[in-house]
Design a protein around this ligand. Sequence first.
Ligand code: GLU
Length: 267
Amino acid sequence: MNPISNLINSSRKIVIKIGSNVLSDDNGAVNKTVLHNIVEQVNDLRNAGKQVIIVSSGAGICGVGAINKWSRRKDMNYKQALCAIGQVELMMAYKEYFADYDIHVGQILLTKEDLQDPHRALNIRNALFTLVDEGVVPVINENDSVSVDEIKIGDNDTLSAHVANLWNADVLIVLSDIDGVFDRDPKTTDNAKLIEEVTNIDSLLSQISIGETSSFGTGGIACKIEAARLVNNYGNSMILLNGKKQDIIRKGISGEMSGTVFFGGDL
Ligand code: GLU
């Protein structure tokens, strides 16, 4: 069996992070086909006896899609306003698609301070366990409308790694718009080679050259690698897959598509 199917098959608790670039189309609007397909695959995982938490970006792009203005505003209050509007749109889409499978979703919005404060972190953990034990799929995002720079986590790769550790997830699956980690930036280089297995992050970093952050999302490949480090330090693994590709989790399990696995702990 390939490492991705091995990991997913042997995991019971799975956090799936979905990036803004996965959820948006070329015009920056929400790609509902992609979102629907991911929901279908989450349903498959649950039918296979697994528990799933989603960490979803996309409040900003959904806000632009809903209100059709302010996309170029850089002022913090407008960005916060867009996320306040878009978070509702985003959750409506999740609610609608999960309802096809009679699954409820629960929204949790977090800031860095929530995760740093042990009392709040414990409460979040309890809420997550309760939701999941009761069959609900929690959908988590940063609380962008209150997260000014000082209290911001800033990117959902890091947020998803913290959530995975807080909930003791067996694996974190990060869905991005790239196939995995390459030795060079595949967007600017032709012969970039996919690195399928990572066991040591420092030696990985000494071997690769990292390109620029993509247009819609906050986190570039460096953020994903550091998220993997956080999860690996906790003894768990992370899988980076291209969430724009249809049925990517199913095909990762069947071995038809690859990505990068960052191994943590004993295998
Ligand atoms: N929380 C932001 C949003 O929902 C995205 C952060 C990220 O892309 O990492 O728009």
